[in-house]
Ligand binder design. Structure first.
Ligand SMILES: *[C@@H]1O[C@H](CO)[C@@H](O)[C@H](O)[C@H]1NC(C)=O
Ligand SMILES: *[C@@H]1O[C@H](CO)[C@@H](O)[C@H](O)[C@H]1NC(C)=O
Ligand SMILES: *[C@@H]1O[C@H](CO)[C@@H](O)[C@H](O)[C@H]1NC(C)=O
Length: 387
C-alpha cells in the first residue's frame, strides 16, 4: 500500500466518495472527500484537505501505532499540510501528533472552526512542527489559553507562529510568556487596536521575538506602539503596515529597540512620523500621503516611497549606505541623477518626468546601467511630451 494511501486512510479520508486534484507542476494536491480509487500514488509535497469534518478522527489511535507504521509515516516527504474549511473540535493535539511522525514542517489551518469541548488529554511532547499558520479561524484560538494547556510544552518550543485574520480579540500577557522560543509572530488582520498593545507585550512576553507583524490591527497611535514594544530587546523587523497611524504630541517615546526593518506602508501617513528608530536598514513608507521626506540615516540601505505625493526625491546625501530607492507613482519631475547613479536599484515609473536634455540623459544612463527596475521604459512618460 502506498504511503499516501496509508496517510489518508489513517485520517479516515478514504471512506467517502471524493476527488483529489494533483498539480504536477506545483507538486500540489487538493483532496475533496476521497475514495480509495481516486488516489494516485503520487506523493505531493503539499497536501491540502478541504470540506471534511475532522472531528470524526478524534478517536484515531495515534498513541498505539505500530513501529512499522510510524516508520512509513516518517518516510513521507510531505512538507506542508493545509486544512481548509474544516471543523476542528479540539483535536489539534491529535492532528499535530499524527503529523509529527511525518517530515511535515508547515501546518496551515484556513477557515477552520475551533470549538471548545471540555478537556483533552493529549500530551504533546516532541512535536517537530515549529511554524504553524492559522488563518481565518473562529472562534479565537488565542484568549482560550486554558484550552491549550495540554499543548503548552509544544507552544514553548515554537519558533514561528502566524494567527492571521482570526478575530483574535486579545492576547493576554500570560500567552506571550508561554512562547519562550518564538522568533516570529504574525498576527496580522486581527483588529486588536491600540489598547491591546501594552498587555500583549508585557514583561516576559515573547522574550526571543525578532519579527513582529501587527499589520492591519486598526492601530492609530504611533507612540503607543513605540511604548509597547520597548520590552522586546531582540526585535529586528516591525510591520505596522495597513494601519492608520497618527503621532501623539504628548508622548516623548524614543525607540529603545534597534530594529532594522520597519514597514509603514499604507499606514495613513500625511507626514513622516518621528522619532524613527535610529539604526534602520529598510524603511517602507509606500502608499501614504507624504509630500516630503527629509530624514537622514547613516545605515539605511533600502527606501521605499512609491505611491505618495512627493514632488522631489529625498536627498541621497542623507543616506550614505543606500542601494535601493523606489519612488514610483509620485509627482517627481527630476531626480538628482549624479547622486542616484550610484544606486543599484531605482524605480521612478509613474512620475511626470521633465525630459529636458539633462533629465532624459539621466534616465537613459540609469537604464543603460540596468538599474531601472520594473516599468522601464513603458511606464516612464515625459511631462511635456507624453509619448
Ligand atoms: C510592507 O508590507 C506590505 C504589506 O502591507 C508588503 O506588501 C511589503 O512588501 C512590505 N515591505 C517590505 C519592505 O517588506
Ligand atoms: C503605480 O500605479 C499604477 C497605476 O495605478 C499601478 O498599476 C502600479 O502598481 C503602481 N506602482 C507602484 C509601485 O505602486
Ligand atoms: C525642465 O528642466 C529644465 C532644465 O532644468 C527647466 O528649464 C524647465 O523649466 C523644466 N520644466 C519643467 C516643466 O519643470
Amino acid at each position: 500500500m502506498s504511503v499516501a494511501v496509508l496517510l489518508l486512510l489513517a485520517l479516515g479520508l478514504l471512506e467517502a466518495e471524493g476527488r483529489c486534484f494533483f498539480s504536477h507542476t506545483q507538486e500540489y494536491c487538493v483532496c475533496y472527500n476521497l475514495s480509495e480509487e481516486s488516489l494516485s500514488v503520487i506523493i505531493p509535497s503539499v497536501v491540502e484537505f478541504r470540506g471534511r469534518e475532522l472531528e470524526k478522527y478524534v478517536a484515531f489511535p495515534i498513541s498505539d501505532m505500530d513501529p512499522s507504521t510510524t516508520e512509513m509515516l516518517g518516510s513521507l516527504v510531505i512538507r506542508k499540510i493545509i486544512f481548509g474549511e474544516l471543523l476542528v473540535l479540539e483535536i489539534l493535539p491529535a492532528i499535530l501528533r499524527f503529523f509529527s511522525y511525518t517530515q511535515v514542517q508547515e501546518l496551515v489551518f484556513e477557515s477552520c472552526i475551533f470549538e471548545e469541548r471540555g478537556n483533552n488529554e493529549m500530551a504533546s511532547q516532541d512535536l517537530p512542527i515549529l511554524s504553524p499558520h492559522f488563518h481565518n479561524i473562529c472562534p479565537p484560538l488565542m484568549g482560550h489559553e486554558q484550552d491549550f494547556s495540554s499543548l503548552s510544552s509544544w507552544l514553548e518550543t515554537l519558533q514561528e507562529l502566524a494567527v492571521t485574520a482570526s478575530h483574535v480579540t486579545s492576547l493576554p500577557c500570560v500567552i506571550g510568556r508561554v512562547f519562550k522560543d518564538l522568533c516570529s509572530l504574525d498576527v496580522a488582520q486581527n483588529s486588536l487596536g491600540d489598547e491591546s498593545l501594552m498587555p500583549t507585550f508585557c514583561k516576559g512576553a515573547f522574550p526571543q521575538l525578532q519579527v513582529l507583524s501587527l499589520q492591519n490591527w486598526t492601530l492609530t497611535s504611533y507612540h503607543r506602539v513605540c511604548e509597547s514594544v520597548q520590552l522586546l530587546p531582540g526585535l529586528q523587523h516591525l510591520d505596522l503596515s495597513q494601519n492608520k497611524l497618527k503621532a501623539d504630541p504628548s508622548s516623548s517615546c524614543q525607540w529603545k529597540n534597534v530594529f532594522q526593518i520597519f514597514n509603514l506602508s499604507s499606514a495613513g501617513l500625511d507626514e513622516v512620523l518621528t522619532p524613527l528608530p535610529p539604526s534602520l536598514e529598510v524603511l517602507d513608507m509606500s502608499c501614504n500621503h507624504l509630500h516630503a521626506v527629509a530624514t537622514s540615516f547613516s545605515s539605511l540601505k533600502k527606501l521605499f516611497l512609491s505611491q505618495n505625493m512627493l514632488q522631489a526625491a529625498p536627498s541621497i546625501k542623507n543616506y550614505p549606505m543606500l542601494d535601493t530607492l523606489h519612488v514610483d507613482n509620485n509627482s517627481i519631475t527630476e531626480l538628482p541623477w549624479h547622486e542616484v547613479k550610484h544606486l543599484q536599484d531605482v524605480a521612478v515609473a509613474g512620475n511626470t518626468h521633465n525630459c529636458s536634455c539633462s533629465g532624459a540623459r539621466g534616465l537613459q544612463a540609469l537604464a543603460a546601467l540596468g538599474h531601472l527596475g520594473q516599468g522601464w521604459p513603458q511606464d516612464y512618460t515625459c511631462h511635456s511630451l507624453p509619448h
